[in-house]
Design a protein around this ligand. Structure first.
Ligand code: S3P
Length: 429
């Protein structure tokens, strides 16, 4: 599959983006562990979240699909999951692969977790090691550093643990294991990662205390089913935000976007570059804030991103780099080594592909240096099997002279199956 994109005239109109991927995963997982029926609206029916749904179904959870985006999850209670009669396939989803061991380690079952070739290359020790400290029995390739992972459920005990890297996946895995464990589990992360789990656990009645970047959960408290309405994914909106910023004459509104402060680093970074971005009609539903985002073409200047903003925009750095190619001056991205162990090595993949389009971009071990503005030219580029690389290149193609071809673009369906359709709806060539 390939995506052919020509230089755009302008990006305009009003769009919506599909449901937040992180919140969709959590709604299915936490809803499954609750008592009662959780009603979910705004679910993201994309590859990664469908992987989570299929795994929970194999674990004995009944999920009614009222439509693609509306689910009824028949929760089985904290320790009610059943032994699956087959391997749990997490596809391309790192979130599913890392959170499941935390949920399964405290159940009375045996399960094997594996995923695609990218998943089997991604580091798993970050969850396996602390879970073992809680008493979990987990085996895996290279002593648990890589999937497939095999989990034999047991009785867990609460621990105190400092996360070496800020990671919402690891934090979530440990908090959910802590929910099933005896006693308290206290974890601290070096800087704040997305807090959707904390917000949802609060909504479902867990006994969780949050103080800065320290989280304490009491084991054994039963969760109660809830109504969960999921806002649009700011990570998906980011592609259109950057598109409207860099294509001359653009003006776009994006409705109902999740604007949780742990996810809006991209807006802060772009505003710092001079972007004309406005948030209107802020409201909170299901413990998650959302707003309408208004964005128009803006001349951009360079900036530096590093430190605490990095986890707040980690998934948006690829499209941020595209914006930086159009900004005046030297943009520096540092402290983002995690990008090397995402769905692809995003630093290497982006640098290689954007260079083919004429970008002035230098790879750092933990980031990139981008000099702008450059006039990009259409090129044949590769997705590296990574949905966010494919969509970022598509955005770059909107300002490139001529035509670009993004090869192997099928991976876009991992997070945003309707991306091309929405792009066609707001793009005049
Ligand atoms: C996610 C957390 C982040 C992010 C990923 C989704 C989540 O990863 O990059 O796309 O839903 O918890 P880390 O936990 O590795 O930071």
């Amino acid at each position: 599959m390939q995506l052919v994109i020509k230089k755009a005239q302008s990006i305009h109109g009003s769009i919506t983006v599909p449901g937040d991927k992180s919140i969709s995963h959590r709604a299915v997982m936490i809803g499954s562990l609750a008592g009662g029926v959780t009603h979910v609206t705004g679910f993201l029916p994309a590859g990664d979240c469908l992987s989570t749904m299929h795994c929970l179904e194999l674990l004995g959870v009944k999920i009614d699909k009222l439509s693609e985006t509306e689910l009824k999850i028949h929760g089985v209670g904290l320790r009610g999951l059943k032994e699956p009669d087959d391997v749990l396939n997490t596809g391309n989803s790192g979130t599913t692969t890392r959170i499941l061991p935390g949920i399964l380690a405290g159940q009375d079952l045996f399960a094997v977790i594996t995923g695609d070739e990218s998943i089997r290359r991604r580091p798993m020790a970050r969850v396996v090691e602390p879970l073992r400290l809680m008493g979990a029995e987990i085996l895996g390739r290279e002593d648990g550093r890589y999937a497939p992972l095999a989990v034999k459920g047991t009785i867990l005990k609460g621990i105190r643990y400092d996360l070496p890297v800020a990671s919402a996946q690891v934090k979530t895995s440990l908090l959910l294991a802590g929910l099933l464990a005896d006693g308290d589990t206290v974890i601290t992360e070096p800087s704040k990662s997305r807090d959707h789990t904390e917000r949802m656990l609060e909504l479902f009645g867990a006994n969780l205390e949050v103080e800065g970047t320290t989280y304490k959960i009491k084991g054994g408290r039963q969760l109660i089913a809830q109504e969960v309405d999921i806002p649009g994914d700011i990570s998906s909106a980011a592609f259109f935000i950057v598109a409207a910023l860099i294509v001359a004459g653009s003006s776009l509104t994006i409705e109902n976007v999740g604007v949780n402060n742990t996810r809006t680093g991209i807006l802060d970074a772009l505003k710092d570059m001079g972007a004309n971005v406005e948030l209107l009609g802020y409201e909170e539903i299901s413990n998650e804030p959302r707003a309408l985002i208004k964005v128009g073409h803006s001349p951009l200047r360079s900036t530096t991103i590093e430190g605490e903003i990095i986890p707040r925009m980690i998934d948006e750095i690829p499209v941020f780099a595209v914006a930086a190619t159009q900004a005046k001056g030297k943009t520096v991205i540092r402290g983002a080594k995690e990008l090397r162990v995402k769905e692809s090595d995003r630093i290497a993949a982006l640098s290689a592909e954007l260079k083919k389009m004429g970008a002035d971009i230098e790879e750092l071990e933990d980031g990139m240096v981008i000099n702008g503005p450059t006039r990009l030219k259409g090129a044949r580029v590769k997705s590296h099997g990574d949905h966010r690389i494919a969509m970022s290149l598509a955005v770059a193609a909107l300002v490139a002279e001529g035509e670009s071809v993004i090869e192997n673009s099928g991976c876009i369906a991992i997070s945003y199956p309707s991306f091309e359709k929405t792009l066609l709806s707001c793009n005049s060539y």
